[in-house]
Design a protein around this ligand. Structure first.
Ligand SMILES: O=C(O)C1=C[C@@H](OP(=O)(O)O)[C@@H](O)[C@H](O)C1
Ligand SMILES: C=C(OP(=O)(O)O)C(=O)O
Length: 452
């Protein structure tokens, strides 16, 4: 999709009970990293279950532009990497579309190469802060040749002849910043250290170890993680089966909870503890979620989730839980809209710098649909209406944000009146199968059948 594609509205209506079994696409975080590390490693990487959303495909295109070879054969992606330290300067700018993860991790990856790389993206990505990645890169010797004021994209990086290893304490809870510094460390002599006071998703650490990087993690008495990576090592190709994305599973899961009479099973969902905050919270709210057949697959915990409609109760979600459910607050706010009592969510400052200001977008969407809520600088409280009486009838502005679009379409499935979102096109960035998958479970969403 081009950046200026026309917006396509969609409307969700109150649906009869949802039922059936579904598989959501592969985890977005793991898919990005599979393309990146496979593209960098020597030898062949084979990936099944990859998320073929627009964000991930942009990362693939970037790795191709720097010399990796990638093709799909049957269900499998076959990557032939450039070999360590051998990325090529891309001939054109790298266009990351809507993807924060792809752009920030790639800035880290290329920032210590003696070459020039320009990063561009859509209107949403061009507003997002990149200083959080550029600051440690500058310390390592990367020059920012051009950037839009405020260290925003479009921007051009020029790596040093030889980068300097640093010890960097990540100032905000961000797996993207942590990962960017670790990836910069891959092409830096000596040991680069990342200090992570608040644990975030650990896919970079786990996967780099799997690819053979010399990386170690120590957790001190205060619970602070110290991650050490030695540069100029060898990554070798791997076989990867990407588990289902818990951040995508969240949508059919919340739908099944709030649409009366529903019984839905979502298979093969990643259950890495750095990603399960939403499930923890919904269980506290009284959700009937059975974690079926928990198992380990390729070094990650996965399980099937059986979800039945439930009488939810408001809870207080502690700020410490935010990193483990950071992308799930919009859909949690929807679940909270149908719960008895009030749900308090704290520690939400990072939501303001996602694809949209998600805190404002959620609060505005709730209010437009008759749900009473209070937004502060870093928190949201939602006063629910069990049964959904009076909810709906509003139009939601999605601000180029896939999760806002999907969350409010889920709201419309259980609300008294329909809910319309102004644009569903961004859903393709992370969950291209969303419309078809929801329709197969019995959801009534119009403006959506062309994805089937
Ligand atoms: O590292 C990753 O794959 C991601 C990290 C998170 O971003 P932050 O690092 O900005 O919290 C998350 O919101 C994003 O969807 C994916
Ligand atoms: C925040 C998200 O992604 P990114 O930062 O990669 O754009 C998301 O998918 O919710």
């Amino acid at each position: 999709m081009s950046h200026d594609a026309l917006p396509q509205p969609a409307t969700a209506r109150r649906s009869e009970s949802l039922s059936g079994t579904a598989r959501v696409p592969g985890d977005k975080s793991i898919s990005h990293r599979s393309f990146m590390f496979g593209g960098l490693a020597s030898g062949e990487t084979r990936i099944t279950g990859l998320l073929e959303g627009e964000d991930v495909m942009r990362t693939g295109a970037a790795m191709r532009a720097m010399g990796a070879h990638m093709e799909k054969r049957g269900d499998e992606w076959i990557i032939r990497g450039t070999g360590n330290g051998a990325l090529l300067q891309p001939e054109a700018e790298l266009d990351f579309g809507n993807a924060g993860t792809g752009s920030r991790l790639t800035m880290g990856l290329v920032g210590t190469y003696d070459m020039e790389v320009t990063f561009i993206g859509d209107a949403s990505l061009s507003k997002r802060p990149m200083a959080r990645v550029l600051e440690p890169l500058r310390q390592m010797g990367t020059q920012v040749l051009r950037a839009t004021p405020g260290d925003r994209m479009p921007l051009t990086l020029r790596g040093p002849r030889q980068a300097t290893p640093i010890s960097y304490r990540v100032p905000m809870a961000s797996a993207q910043v942590k990962s960017a510094v670790l990836l910069a460390g891959l092409n830096t002599p000596g040991v680069t250290t990342v200090i992570e006071p608040v644990m975030t998703r650990d896919h970079t650490e786990k996967m780099l170890k799997g690819f053979g990087a010399n990386i170690q993690v120590e957790t001190d008495e205060q619970g602070v993680r110290h991650i050490f990576i030695e540069g100029h090592g060898n990554l070798t190709g791997q076989v990867i089966a990407v588990p289902g994305d818990p951040s995508s599973a969240a949508f059919p899961l919340v739908a099944a909870l709030i649409v009366p009479g529903s019984d839905v099973t979502i298979e093969n969902v990643l259950m890495n503890p750095t990603r399960t905050g939403l499930i923890t919270t919904l269980l506290e709210m009284g959700a009937r979620i059975d974690i079926v057949n928990p198992r380990n697959a390729g070094g990650e915990d996965v399980a099937d989730l059986r979800v039945r409609s439930s009488d939810l109760k408001g809870v207080s979600v502690p700020a410490e839980r935010a990193p483990s459910m950071i992308d799930e607050y919009p859909v949690l706010a929807v679940a909270a809209s149908f719960a008895e009592g009030e749900t308090f969510m704290h520690g939400l400052e990072e939501l303001r710098v996602k694809e949209s200001d998600r805190l404002a977008a959620v609060a505005n969407g709730l209010k437009a649909n008759g749900v009473d809520c209070t937004e502060t600088e870093t928190a949201l409280s939602v006063r629910g209406i069990p049964g959904g009486k009076g909810i709906g009838g509003g139009a939601v502005e999605t601000h180029l944000d896939h999760r806002i679009a999907m969350s409010f379409l889920i709201m419309g499935l259980a609300s008294e009146k329909p809910v319309t979102v102004d644009d569903k096109t961004m859903i393709a960035t992370s969950f291209p199968e969303f419309m078809g998958l929801m329709a197969d479970l019995g959801a009534l969403i119009s403006g959506g059948d062309e994805n089937r």
